[in-house]
Design a protein around this ligand. Sequence first.
Ligand code: GUN
Ligand code: ZN
Length: 433
Amino acid sequence: MTRRALRGRLVWFRDDPAIAGAAALVDIADGLLVIEAERIAAVGPATDLLEPDLEVTHYPNALILPGLIDAHIHYPQTQVIGSYGTQLLDWLQSYTFPAERRFADPAHCARTAGFFLDELLRHGTTTAVAYASVHPGSVDALCAEALARTMRLITGKVMMDEGPEGLRDTAQSGYDDSQALIARWHGQGRIGYAVTPRFAVTSSAAQLEAAGALLREHPDCWLQTHLAENHAEIAEVARRFPEASSYTDVYDRFGLLGPRSILGHCLHLAEDEMARLAATGSVACFCPTSNLFIGSGLFDLARLTDRPDPVRIALATDVGGGTSYSMLQTAAEAYKVLQLQNQSWPALDAFHTMTRGNALALGLAHEIGTLEPGSHADVTVLDLAPTPAIAHRLEAIDRSDLPALLFALMTIGDDRAIRATWVAGKKLHERNG
Ligand code: GUN
Ligand code: ZN
């Protein structure tokens, strides 16, 4: 069996720093991460673990972290990013739906899927929870590309039987296609399936019922959808589902809440909605660059988490409403969104969220988000001198002050700060120059 190792400063979390403080952090100045096949076999000080004949890749002046995890992103929106001037419902009509119609073409799916996954890797992201389009072929293309890269991916065909012309399925076809995709892809390699009703604006009651049935039949699949992103959206959901007491209640009635449910945005929730999210263990997904760019609102982290029954949280780019593939940039924008509300977000919390926190949110902390032996060898190497400006800034920070280093890196770092990305023990990205 091939054994190889990465050597350098190893940094990861064993616990949540918001609860356990600095004791949550593991920081090994000259560490060795020993990889056997796809997994981490051993980790510790290099002096303890070096052995003859081990092929060692050395990363000086860098931080070796678990691969970053993006909990909500749309792969058919790579050509939607940076579209000017509209808020959610108009943005969908003007830019997103036209772009997603092109995914009826398998060649377009294949080309975009490969580009998308390589772009994630270039940004240090090794796992994504990604929406495909309404077309089953869009899932096939993305899964095939993820399989070829041994990437951990959660994806699903968007269900939208009341969507616009040319992008509609039906309650029955959405159910049948999802069943077939689950049979084909869920558990293949490192791929998991997410039942994906787009949101309550574009699905009928019959389709949400079908989504609930899929989840009951496949309890180890995930669910992803959007919740309470924009006021016009919320009003439209209230109009469409007058019997429900809230937007959250619409999903609740159809059995769509639960510990494997990842709900994008969650910006405008009433108290009873947060209580239901907490009681069901559902995950509220913070997408700061998207929320700012589409003008949707400010994610109120304190309101969701400083309560006796905290809501589980994840962090995500939401490309193409979001404006960057970089989880570093996403964390920087999250920090600013929280600053605007007088809330703090220390760098250790941010890096925990991008790694172990998002892994916990997906129920995958035994497998990703950590450098513990037994987990998959998904690794992101952050360069401590990727640009003149960052090198100059970091010169003024003591190397022992890891929170300060991480905070500066997330604030001014981006894809240029990713020296290398490893997936399942293989180097899939290395920055040139
Ligand atoms: N709500 C429904 N669909 C979408 C989407 O594609 N992006 C965002 N940001 N919100 C949505
Ligand atoms: Zn989204």
